[in-house]
Design a protein around this ligand. Structure first.
Ligand code: T46
Length: 134
């Protein structure tokens, strides 16, 4: 079986009345320097369409669901995130798009670096020529 383009990260969750999900080291395999979340996106919208030069991220869909389209320059894959305690480890050099937002989708992202516009590669051609992981 081929290895996926991202590693799945499963974190502990505890259901009593409602569910508590824990995100901590070493399940998150880097020091967290930034947390951000994306919500209220138009239904069916697409976001992302870039790769990072250095930033490592873990993406969790903590409400609703979302498709993450991945491309390492050689292979393409779509991962459905639909469980709040199962995320993906997104390494530099993987082109990614978030697709098919639902009305209630909330995406939570943990990042290894502070926000730096210079860390983004937004040209697909530059990605293929210089930054693709494969
Ligand atoms: C990624 C995917 C999964 C900030 O000022 N600080 C931040 O930490 C972030 C993430 C963004 N911004 C600003 C930059 C733009 O003016 O927020 C605006 C929207 O950012 P962007 O268009 O890059 O958002 P997405 O949804 O396309 O991508 C985001 C992350 O930027 C990106 O790193 O991997 O989510």
């Amino acid at each position: 079986m081929k290895k996926g383009l991202v590693k799945l990260i499963k974190t502990p969750s505890f259901t009593t009345d409602g569910t508590l999900t824990q995100l901590q080291s070493p399940d998150i395999p880097f020091e967290i320097r930034r947390v951000y979340f994306i919500q209220g996106v138009s239904v069916g919208a697409v976001r992302g369409a870039h790769t990072h030069k250095e930033t490592i991220q873990v993406l969790f869909c903590i409400q609703g669901d979302i498709k993450i389209a991945l491309d390492d320059g050689n292979r393409k894959e779509i991962v459905l995130l639909d469980k709040p305690n199962i995320g993906i480890l997104l390494e530099p050099g993987v082109w990614h798009e978030m697709q098919d937002f639902k009305k209630d989708t909330i995406l939570l992202i943990l990042a290894s670096k502070k926000h730096e516009p210079e860390d983004y590669v937004r040209s697909y051609e530059d990605f293929l020529n210089s930054y693709a992981k494969s």
